[in-house]
Design a protein around this ligand. Structure first.
Ligand SMILES: NC(=O)c1ccc[n+]([C@@H]2O[C@H](COP(=O)([O-])OP(=O)(O)OC[C@H]3O[C@@H](n4cnc5c(N)ncnc54)[C@H](OP(=O)(O)O)[C@@H]3O)[C@@H](O)[C@H]2O)c1
Length: 334
């Protein structure tokens, strides 16, 4: 059941894993009203305890089973590497817990489909932590595009690249952990393009692969039968501008560096001065997605209209197609 603590309406989070994004998310949730982190789980008890001490979290579990069985946890936030999303989110859903699962949703579309089916069977809320889709600035942008502010969208450009090199033992280099630029970074440009244009009809790609066989520097060309295109890239070898532009027949919208969590965008309408658009909000960072999850749980919704499961599945199909084009295979692929 997607019951939310009915005492004071607070959403009580259980955080599964203790790495970088688990810490960022926990800090953001603890800084907002109406939410608290009541438990954390790790594969090891000392890590769980250290994380709980650092953030003042009441309960720490040295295995995932304790967290998902905790009656005080309203929702489990899965923050493991992608390779464990299927297992961790599946365990939580099997235990009757709603789940917010980090991006990339899973390693491949098959795993994503299994999670979506499981959530459906159990009648439980499930959402990919695609926080970009919950950004009020990004939502304002999509409203303007839908209202025809730039005419018919013809092309989307977006990139996300981090400065390398990453050591061979880093998770980004390990095929078993879903390593490579695509699932960590490329998921943002792909999700951005598909937010605007939907699932592409054609996918082309090229990539530089590491000795381990993961993609280090990847270019993608997506095509739609409408004639629209998207030119996207991701890299773990070079810090790209990490900007996005949506161009239509009557203008364009430019998002600044860090396009997936923007403070503002600039709308260029043909023949008019540029317009800068911002959205005032008391929430920051990942609080927008945490607030959307709370809203869904309170309303009894099984998925978020901002991050629909069909969209997450469609993104996973595109990522699968890109990997197929560039020759990246993970051990779980069949
Ligand atoms: N939304 C965002 O902005 C954002 C940003 C960065 C990353 N992410 C996503 O968040 C996920 C984690 O990324 P991260 O940067 O936080 O990684 P990270 O710092 O390496 O942390 C991942 C944590 O997962 C656990 N873990 C490590 N290897 C594991 C394995 N083989 N099986 C199961 N659990 C394992 C570990 O916690 P324990 O030792 O406690 O088990 C580890 O601390 C990835 O899917 C990534 O794409 C999202």
């Amino acid at each position: 059941m997607t019951a939310v603590h009915d005492g004071d309406g607070t959403t009580r989070w259980g955080v599964l894993a203790t790495g970088g994004i688990a810490a960022t998310f926990t800090g953001d949730v603890q800084a907002m009203a109406g939410a608290e982190v009541v438990a954390v789980a790790s594969r090891s008890e000392p890590s769980a305890k250290a994380f709980a001490d650092r953030f003042g979290i009441p309960r720490a579990y040295g295995d995932w089973a304790g967290l998902v069985a905790d009656p005080d946890v309203d929702i489990v936030y899965v923050a493991t590497p992608h390779s464990a999303h299927r297992a961790a989110a599946g365990l939580a859903l099997e235990a009757g817990k709603p789940v917010l699962c980090e991006k990339a949703f899973t390693l491949n579309a098959r795993e994503a489909g299994e999670l979506v089916a499981l959530a459906g069977e159990r009648g439980l809320f499930l959402m990919e932590a695609m926080w970009m889709y919950c950004s009020p600035v990004v939502r304002r942008m999509t409203e303007l595009i839908a209202d025809g502010a730039i005419g018919e969208v013809r092309t989307v450009q977006a990139d996300f690249g981090l400065q390398g090199p990453f050591a061979p033992e880093h998770r980004l280099r390990d095929p078993a952990l879903g390593g490579g630029a695509l699932l960590d970074l490329g998921v943002y440009p792909v999700s951005f393009a598909q937010l605007i244009l939907g699932e592409p009809d054609r996918v082309q790609a090229d990539a530089l692969l590491s000795p381990e066989g993961v993609d280090l520097n990847t270019g993608m060309l997506l095509g739609w039968d409408s004639g629209a295109t998207a030119l996207l890239s991701c890299s773990v070898t070079a810090r790209t501008a990490s900007t996005a532009t949506v161009t239509g027949t009557a203008g364009r919208i430019e998002l600044p560096s860090g396009f997936f969590h923007p403070d503002a965008f600039v709308l260029h309408r043909e023949g008019r001065d540029p317009e800068r658009h911002t959205v005032e909000s008391p929430l920051t960072g990942m609080q927008h997605e945490a607030a959307e999850v709370s809203r869904c749980l309170r309303a009894g919704e099984k998925e978020s209209p901002l991050v629909p499961l069909a969209g997450s599945l469609a993104v996973m199909r595109t990522l699968d197609a890109v990997r197929e084009r560039v020759g990246v295979r993970y051990p779980v692929d069949n």
